[in-house]
Structures are given as structure tokens and as C-alpha cells.
Design a protein around this ligand. Structure first.
Ligand code: PMP
Length: 360
């Protein structure tokens, strides 16, 4: 088997321990004589997998009991609609940091009022707007952010002020890459396919009392967060295998990595290796404001689109997959989520150094 390092932004590489455990359990999961995929979601065996997954997530991030842990489908994109459908009564304050908030703004506008509280489009989203309470609209219900912009490689190091308002955040690309204090938020969501498991599951962590503030015109049970709370995420057939895999990834984080503090240290080591090289390279550079740099999505360019192309092609030949930047920005991007080993980043940096020397 030939080993590649997969730098995809999502679906992304998975921890080898998780894949091996899933393979071991594929034909006979926990003595059931069948795969998790084949289990009824109403069976005792699956109910215990769901409960175990929730318990592991709760322990991993010390999530207090006044927050619900839910599993939905429809990815981050459905959340762009569901959040305003449930909570935009008097308006939403949204900070625009690129693609993922643009889409959230477009959806929220269809459902209510939107106030743009901050916007980094003036510098092609290479920084996080630092807003104050005065930048917020006094009448809105909540402040909405994308905490880590997967495409531009930006990350909030401090959450925005939101006095008197709820805070709702898209953590799709940064969840569990570092310790998470959920009490700082009223709701977070994350598609699984970057740090949590396979595509098809969306994790929602929501403060129970936010559900007292829902709109009264939610058009469907499936679009109402309360349905998921009342039915333990099983109003309809949930993405059973995905939930099982999220459980394994969180078990890996807890038992193999030793928790989120350790995960953060490893992620800092990986990001440090790549940023240090980029900051000293004469060929490659990272365009993001240093204080707003993402720990896990690192875009870089040579400044010459032809050279970028050559680099991507040669890197692929050498076993470094998916280094092409997002189609809207070009250049390169290395996504180095939790499952990317330190050796993968070291190998990439060595390859980049050699490429730079060759072209000096
Ligand atoms: N939010 C962020 C931060 C993302 O990176 C993405 C997808 N890469 C989305 C939302 C959209 O997620 P999905 O494709 O699951 O709808």
C-alpha cells in the first residue's frame, strides 16, 4: 500500500487508529453479528453507540448539562438556513469573513433582517474584523460568526463582544482542534467531515434556554432544533454510521491523544513548522494577518500561478494530496487537522524546501 499525506480541507484525513478500529468492527460490531451500518437505529446496540458518542463529546469538552448535543444532517449549509429560521426574530448581527459567512448572510436575509457588524472583504478576508459592542445593532437577537475560515485560513483568537445577545458560531473547521469552552457560546455547529468523522453528520451543541427563544413560524419539524432535542436526534433515521465514527474519533481524542489540551499542543507544533518555513521562504508566503492565522488551514502562494500549478503537480507525484487552494482563491492550502500526523507536515516542509532550492 502506498502512503499519501492528504491535506484536503474536507472530507479530510482520519486518524489511522479510528479507521483500523472501524475495520475491526466492520463485520461484527460489539458482538451484534452485524455492522453498525446494518443496525436498526431503534436497537439497543445503536442506542448505546449514540449515548456513548454523546457522553464522550460531553467529557471531552466538559460540556455542562444545560447544553444539548445533537446530530443533524444537511451539513454546515443547512445550518446557514436553520439558524435564522429558528432564531432570527428581530435581526442577526453577522461578521463577514468570507465564503462561509457570505452564504450564512444570504440565507439569513431571506428569513429576516441582517446587520453587517464587521467585514474583512476590503483585504480579501486575510484578517478577522475586530469589532466592539458599538458595531452591533441594538435590536438584533444574536451575533453570528464563522470561527475558523477554512478557505482564507483565518481564526478568531478572541470571540466578539455580544452583550445582551446570543452568540452562534460555525466551528466546522476548528472544533476540537483546541480546548473548547462551550459556555462562551449559545450555539455552535460543525459539519463532521474535517475534524469529527465522515461527511453526513452535523454536530450541534445548543444551550437549552436558547430553545425558549425560537420563532413560532418554523416551517417543518425537521428544521426545528427542538425536534432533535425531543427525539434524541432520532426523529427520523439518523446518520447512524457517521455518528458511530464521530464517537470513535472522539474516543481517539480522549484516549489516544489524551484530550484537547494535548491535541492543541500537537496542532501548534504542526502549524509552527509550516508557518516558520513560510515566513522564512523566499518563494512561498502566507497572506493572513499573523494574529489571525488559523491553526489548521494554511493557505500559501508563490505569487506566480504557473509556479503554483507546477508545485501542486509535483507535490501530488510525491504523495502530497489535495494541496490546491479553494477554487475561489487559487494558490495552495494545507489543511492540517487533528488527524494529520506531525511527520506529514515535516515531510511537506522538506518537500517545499527542496522545491524552492531547485527553483532558486
Ligand atoms: N462552514 C465552514 C467553516 C466550512 O468550511 C464549510 C465547508 N467546507 C461549511 C461551513 C459548509 O459545510 P457543508 O459542505 O457541510 O455544507
Amino acid at each position: 500500500m502506498s502512503k499519501v499525506y492528504n491535506f484536503s480541507a474536507g472530507p479530510a484525513c482520519m486518524p489511522e487508529w479510528v479507521l483500523k478500529t472501524a475495520a475491526d468492527e466492520m463485520l461484527d460490531a460489539r458482538g451484534s453479528g452485524m455492522s453498525v451500518m446494518e443496525m436498526s437505529h431503534r436497537s439497543k446496540a445503536f442506542e448505546s453507540i449514540l449515548q456513548e458518542t454523546k457522553d464522550t463529546i460531553r467529557r471531552l469538552a466538559s460540556i455542562p448539562e444545560d447544553y444539548e448535543i445533537l446530530f443533524l444532517q444537511g451539513g454546515g449549509n443547512l445550518q446557514f438556513s436553520m439558524v435564522p429560521m429558528n432564531f432570527n426574530k428581530n435581526g442577526a448581527d453577522i461578521i463577514n469573513t468570507g465564503q462561509w459567512t457570505k452564504k450564512a448572510i444570504a440565507e439569513a436575509k431571506k428569513l429576516g433582517r441582517v446587520h453587517l457588524a464587521g467585514d474583512s472583504s476590503d483585504k480579501t478576508f486575510t484578517y478577522i474584523p475586530k469589532i466592539t459592542q458599538e458595531d452591533l445593532d441594538p435590536d438584533t437577537d444574536y451575533v453570528y460568526i464563522c470561527e475558523n475560515n477554512t478557505i482564507y485560513g483565518t481564526k478568531y483568537k478572541n470571540l466578539p463582544p455580544h452583550e445582551g445577545k446570543r452568540l452562534i458560531a460555525d466551528l466546522s473547521s476548528c472544533i476540537f482542534t483546541e480546548p473548547l469552552d462551550v459556555t462562551q457560546y449559545d450555539m455552535i455547529f460543525a459539519g463532521a467531515q474535517k475534524n469529527l468523522g465522515p461527511a453526513g453528520v452535523t454536530l450541534v451543541i445548543i444551550k437549552k434556554d436558547l430553545l425558549d427563544e425560537q420563532r413560532d413560524d418554523i416551517p417543518s419539524a425537521m428544521l426545528d432544533y427542538k425536534t432533535y432535542v425531543d427525539h434524541d436526534s432520532m426523529y427520523n433515521t439518523p446518520p447512524t454510521y457517521g455518528i458511530y465514527m464521530v464517537g470513535l474519533v472522539c474516543k481517539w481524542l480522549e484516549e489516544q491523544i489524551g484530550g484537547l489540551e494535548n491535541m492543541e499542543k500537537i496542532n501548534q507544533e504542526k502549524a509552527g513548522l509550516l508557518y516558520d518555513y513560510l515566513d522564512n521562504s523566499k518563494m512561498f508566503s502566507n497572506p493572513v494577518a499573523v494574529e489571525d492565522r488559523s491553526l489548521v488551514n494554511i493557505p500559501f502562494v508563490t505569487g506566480d500561478p504557473e509556479l503554483d500549478k507546477e508545485f501542486i503537480a509535483k507535490a501530488k507525484e510525491a504523495g502530497f494530496e489535495n494541496l490546491k487552494g479553494h477554487r475561489t482563491v487559487g494558490g495552495m492550502r494545507a489543511s492540517i487537522y487533528n488527524a494529520m500526523p506531525v511527520e506529514g507536515v515535516k515531510a511537506l516542509v522538506d518537500f517545499m524546501k527542496a522545491f524552492e532550492e531547485e527553483h532558486a
